[in-house]
Design a protein around this ligand. Structure first.
Ligand SMILES: [Zn+2]
Length: 71
């Protein structure tokens, strides 16, 4: 049996870029994909509009954050 890496979403990069950077990509992409909590209404309905801009689909609040997450 071939050894299967637990690479998550960063697995598409294969063995390139080194282990650390792929781990970082996976962490970031996981945060980006998951629902984030709105600081205004507390609902997990944050949608990422653009880099650093997020919108809550619950209350409509626009939130600025860092590039991929609001925390
Ligand atoms: Zn909200």
């Amino acid at each position: 049996m071939a050894h299967k890496k637990k690479a998550g979403t960063a697995g598409r990069y294969g063995p390139r870029y080194g282990r650390k950077i792929r781990y970082k990509v996976r962490t970031v992409e996981k945060a980006q994909r998951g629902k984030q909590e709105c600081p205004n209404c507390g609902k997990h309905k944050i949608k990422r509009l653009a880099q650093g801009i997020f919108e809550c689909r619950g209350c409509g609040a626009k939130i600025t954050g860092n590039a991929y997450t609001i925390k």
